[in-house]
Design a protein around this ligand. Structure first.
Ligand code: BV8
Ligand code: ZN
Length: 265
């Protein structure tokens, strides 16, 4: 498998040719694509204020039902942090790629909304969004309030708002562990994995399912898979190409080398 370190050397010519000639590009992102915007990755989050909790224990319906203020406070704090961050050059390079290839399907595991803020027109959010809370009891959407007046900077526990329709507790609009992914979103992502000819896997540990199945599905059909990550993951053993480096280093450079005459930021 050809590999390259980040921006200092030419990327494999075979990869650049595949990128320029691909018919349908699938981009799958994880928390690593937002890391250079200042958002801790899921595992980094352990080093943050919430180091005393295992996020996978907080990201469950049981945790919310057992202690709604604790879980709602965590998500309200995360949303307040996200809204203080900006998309980084990786998000922007992915938005530019959508104009360079005939068809691009962007699938993200992230819930931060930064792809949309970077200008990506269509984002398949497999795990929902911090910005679309809804009623735990009746499903009625809840318009999130201004996060700055809602949580203390410490991200302290906070009682969730009440549903305007049934007075039930409002829950974060994310998919928790043990919850099904939105069927329409998952179907669209699976269809892309079954029709694409090139996959960029950016900033994911590829440990969470069924999202982690997508690159493997594409590989079994003969599509090429590019792993973009400064660290190793299980996917390295299967990927066609590996570009070791951070998302904000590699993706803009990939666009520059892929289309040297088109100019990019
Ligand atoms: C479900 C929202 C079934 C919440 C999240 C097999 C099949 C199906 C399910 C399972 C299965 N095996 C196990 C399961 C259950 C479970 C699961 O996968 N568990 C894991 C822990 C084994 N899956 C589920 O529960 C899913 N639901 O399957 O339902 C079902 C069906 C019908 C009816 C009922 C149920 C739901 C999973 C969704 C969970 N929600 N997020 C929230 O955000 O709080 S998951 C959350 O964690 C993220 O969304 C993300 O998906 C995951 C974290 O992964 P990453 O994004 O990869 O982040 P991580 O920190 O791990 O890694 C970052 C990477 O970036 C690293 O590699 C690092 O090196 C790299 N990096 C760092 N800096 C940079 C960088 N890369 C580039 N540039 C940088 N600068
Ligand atoms: Zn309700």
């Amino acid at each position: 498998m050809p590999t390259s370190s980040h921006a200092t050397e030419p990327y494999p010519s075979e990869l650049l040719t595949r990128l320029r000639t691909c018919r349908h590009l699938l981009v799958l992102t994880g928390a690593g694509v937002s890391q250079e915007s200042g958002i801790p990755t899921f595992r980094d989050a352990l080093n943050g204020l919430w180091g005393r909790f295992d996020p996978a224990q907080l990201a469950t319906p049981e945790a919310f039902d057992a202690d709604p203020p604790l879980v709602w406070g965590w998500y309200a704090w995360r949303r307040s942090q996200v809204l203080l961050c900006e998309p980084n050059p990786a998000h922007r390079a992915i938005a530019v790629l959508a104009d360079r290839v005939p068809r691009l399907t962007l699938v993200t595991q992230n819930v931060d909304g930064l792809h949309q803020r970077a200008g990506s027109p269509a984002v398949l959010e497999l795990h929902g969004s911090l910005h679309r809370p809804y009623c735990r009891a009746c499903g009625h959407p809840h318009i999130p309030s201004d996060p700055q007046c809602e949580v203390s900077l410490e991200g302290a526990p906070l009682p969730p708002p009440r549903c305007e329709r049934c007075r039930g507790p409002v829950r974060p609009g994310v998919v928790w562990f043990g919850e099904a992914l939105p069927a329409d979103v998952w179907d669209a992502a699976e269809t892309a994995a079954n029709t694409c000819d090139l996959v960029l896997v950016v900033g994911t540990s590829a440990l969470v399912y069924p999202a982690a199945e997508l690159p493997l599905t594409a590989l079994t059909r003969g599509a090429a898979v590019v792993q973009i990550n400064p660290d190793r993951t299980d996917l390295d053993d299967f990927a066609t190409f590996r570009l070791g480096g951070t998302a904000a280093q590699v993706l803009p450079e990939l666009v520059r080398q892929g289309w040297p005459d088109a100019g990019f930021g």
